[in-house]
Write a protein that binds this ligand. Structure first.
Ligand code: OGA
Ligand code: NI
Length: 330
């Protein structure tokens, strides 16, 4: 049975670690080394001086707030998120529930234009804010992927970024709103699971939020590291596909978001994904005699189908790992 609005378990521990903050205005070869190290150690880091204009962010934030402050009945006209549009509490198709409402959009211009009609009273303005925001963050994601390829000494430094530059790329944009919780009896402050523990299935995620905390990452079972909010930075995290393409050298880290009774949190996530038919292959530079390729080749469509059939917290990438016999034959 699915328990709605679960609270974090009592046995969990919090660990106070500041994640790496990478200044993108620095020297290129230095930045690429720092990014690779952060992806290996945490699968998660923050970038500052990222070049995405503040007004692009502010416009997107304003449009999102306009939407979430509408009456429920009006918001529901943009739903259900099947798969795109407005969703409330239900995350995905397999019974995952959290204290969150969201808008899920495909980054394809036609799809954005269509969705804008039921989201905003001024669809052209909404569409323009989303398109500008997506273009800016997709460029940033590509830049980071090129730096990653350089830092890994992958010969074709556009190998990863070309997957999300492709006209048929399947990248998504998600705006999450975690309304502040009603205080419990006796005014006891409370936190609840807003978005349950998961890894992101795509290549790379760029997330930014307002100045309200709630995001946590887990490097070990049951131990959570709170990520301090910084509206001027982007949090970057490795997705399952990048873990596969780096032959497990990078980790697609598990994370979650909590909602609280202090303030509402709003986050915007761009998930960089390849075209559906793209084959996810580990480049030869990532495979050596001592480190044979860990994953079977698969397409993004195959991976997505598997992810959609499972609960949010499932470790889906394990299903694509080669067996011991496959490894010995290689
Ligand atoms: C997500 C996610 C975290 C947040 O949308 O995949 O992990 O802070 N969101 O909203
Ligand atoms: Ni996520």
């Amino acid at each position: 049975m699915v328990v709605a609005s679960a609270t974090p378990k009592r046995s969990e521990k919090l660990q106070g670690i500041e994640l790496p903050i990478i200044d993108l205005s620095g020297e290129r070869s230095e930045i690429s080394k720092l990014i690779v190290k952060a992806c290996e150690d945490y699968g998660f880091f923050k970038v500052i001086n990222h070049g995405v204009h503040q007004d692009i962010i502010a416009r997107m934030e304003e449009e999102s707030l306009n939407f979430f402050s509408k009456p429920v009945a009006e918001k529901q006209q943009a739903g259900p998120a099947n798969p795109f549009g407005y969703g409330c509490k239900n995350i995905g198709f397999n019974g995952d529930i959290g204290e969150v409402e969201y808008l899920l959009l495909h980054n394809n211009p036609l799809s954005i234009a269509q969705a804008s009609k039921s989201i905003s009273n001024d669809p052209t303005k909404f569409r323009s804010a989303v398109s500008c925001y997506i273009k800016a963050v997709r460029d940033l994601a590509c830049e980071i992927l090129d730096l990653i390829a350089e830092g890994l000494w992958v010969h074709d430094t556009s190998l990863f970024s070309n997957l999300i530059r492709d006209v048929d790329n399947d990248s998504l944009f998600r705006i999450n709103h975690y309304p502040s919780l009603v205080l419990c009896k006796d005014n006891i402050r409370d936190t609840k699971i807003g978005f349950g523990e998961h890894s992101d299935p795509q290549i790379l995620t760029l997330l930014r939020s307002n100045n309200v905390d709630g995001l946590q990452i887990s490097l070990y079972d049951g131990v959570w590291i709170p990520v301090s909010p910084d509206p001027t930075a982007f949090c970057v995290n490795v997705g399952d596909l990048l873990q596969a393409m780096t032959n497990g050298r990078f980790v697609s880290v598990r994370h979650r978001a909590l909602s609280n009774s202090y303030q509402s949190r709003m986050s915007m996530a761009f998930f960089g994904a390849p075209p559906l038919h793209a084959k996810i292959i580990t480049p030869p530079e990532m495979v050596t005699h001592g480190e044979p390729s860990l994953y079977k080749p698969f397409t993004w469509a195959e991976y997505k189908k598997t992810a959609f059939s499972l609960r949010l917290g499932e470790s889906r990438l394990n299903l694509f790992r080669k067996s011991r016999n496959d490894l010995e034959d290689a």
